[in-house]
Design a binder for this molecule. Structure first.
Ligand code: ADP
Ligand code: MG
Length: 410
């Protein structure tokens, strides 16, 4: 008998082409949110999905969308809205990977920062799926470069964050410009009152899906905080980086200028770093992301907005150099590590005035955030941490990490 690996997506009766795409991505077992959302979405039901970050929401809507597209119809059939350019690019990339064996399906990302004429040209190639940021899609609507007459599905990805970012009116305008006979799907890490209002106003008999988790944050991320007076943050960060020798690390700061400053300071101190924030041109942001994704730079200093939705494989640690302003953004930030089946680490620096914010985060996320005992470098690294990581893509000048770690902790 042939020993074909079992693919548990088979129960959804997907097309062979899509199954090949899944196999190529090595997706064999649906994650819980995929298990729950794919079937109703295939039936073109409205759904409101709440699931923590890193649980596979992209494929949860991507798979049924691809399956439901009429490949012979060359009009826009599905619109996916994402809060940031990076996320739009990322979602489009995942869809293209899933659709690798569906040559008649075209997917186009529309986002600000890229010349609009280039997108207008791309629209003439008649994509059936548009992945867009709300602002840029509004631009296209005003220029009448997009036609929505045949749209039968809209997905709001990271709906909570789009509202936080002030896209409320754009989202409503977009929803109102679509045919009424359509599927409306909301994905969100958190479901606020406002999300519920949007759901009530724009969905019909929506199925509600809650992927429960004791804590809002992912269990696979070990979380620590350390009380550090502001002037000591830089030395503390350097100490931590020296000590842990992370391959890929993401550092969050509060402002764009802080991101630039800290990236320079880290580079000067022998830890090459780059900054990503909303003031960079899209081409610069793409280049930075490309270097980080490929491991050419190991350290990225980011603001919340720019780092939204970043799904880079194998981020070892997220460091909140500045504590996030609210619990939601804490959840989103640390969700950049510990993705899929990997483990990750998160560190949050607080000065004595920020204790209240930390307490607020702990209370509302129910996250277990442990005090980092004593000095940096004395963090307890969980036994076996890193065991399920891919081997390091590149070595640092300071030698292999294991050797270093043993040397330090001895
Ligand atoms: P979310 O949008 O919920 O934050 P993503 O869709 O970005 O999560 O997925 C998180 C990670 O999990 C990605 O690296 C993705 O490739 C991986 N992933 C998603 N679904 C599966 C699956 N069924 N099997 C294996 N890996 C998966
Ligand atoms: Mg997502």
């Amino acid at each position: 008998m042939e020993n074909k690996p079992i693919n548990h997506f088979e129960t959804f009766n997907l097309s062979p082409e899509l199954m090949r795409g899944l196999a190529k991505l090595n997706f064999q077992t649906p994650s819980p949110v995929q298990e729950a959302a794919i079937a109703p979405m295939l039936q073109r039901q409205d759904v409101l999905v709440q699931a923590p970050t890193g649980t596979g929401k992209t494929a949860a809507f991507g798979i049924p969308i691809l399956e439901n597209i009429d490949a012979t119809n060359r009009h826009i059939q599905t619109v996916i809205l994402c809060p940031t350019r990076e996320l739009a690019v990322q979602v489009a990339t995942v869809l293209k990977q899933l659709a690798a064996f569906m040559p008649s399906i075209r997917i186009l990302a529309l986002y600000g920062g890229e010349p609009i004429y280039r997108q207008i040209t791309a629209l003439k190639r008649r994509p059936q799926i548009i992945v867009a940021t709300p602002g840029r899609l509004m631009d296209h609507m005003k220029r009448r470069t997009t036609r929505f007459g045949e749209v039968n599905c809209i997905v709001l990805d990271e709906a909570d964050r789009m509202l936080d970012m002030g896209f409320r009116d754009d989202i409503k305008a977009i929803l109102q410009s679509l045919p009424e006979q359509r599927q409306t799907v909301l994905f969100s890490a958190t479901v606020s009152e406002e999300i519920k209002h949007i759901a009530e106003a724009y969905q019909t008999d929506a199925q509600q899906i809650h992927i429960q988790q004791e804590a809002l944050t992912v269990d696979s991320v070990k979380q620590y905080y350390a009380e550090i007076p502001r002037p000591s943050k830089l030395p503390a960060l350097l100490h931590l980086l020296d000590d842990q020798n992370f391959d890929l690390c993401l550092v969050f700061v509060a402002t764009k200028s802080m991101a630039d400053t800290l990236a320079q300071q880290l580079t000067a101190a022998g830890h090459p770093a780059e900054a990503i924030h909303g003031d960079l041109h899209q081409s610069q942001r793409n280049r930075v992301m490309q270097r980080y994704r490929s491991g050419k730079i190991g350290l990225l200093v980011a603001t919340d907005v720019a780092a939204r939705g970043i799904d880079v494989d194998g981020i070892d640690a997220v460091i909140n150099y500045d504590i996030p302003g609210d619990p939601d953004s804490y959840v989103h930030r640390i969700g950049r590590t510990g993705r899929a089946d990997r483990s990750g680490l998160a560190y949050t620096f607080v000065d004595s005035k920020e204790r209240g914010k930390l307490q607020n985060i702990i209370t509302s996320t129910k996250a277990e955030i442990l005090p980092a005992s004593g000095l940096f470098g004395k963090f307890a690294i969980p036994e076996g941490y890193g065991a399920n990581k891919k081997p390091a893509k590149r070595r640092t000048q300071r030698g292999p990490r294991n050797q270093k770690r043993v040397g330090r902790s001895g």
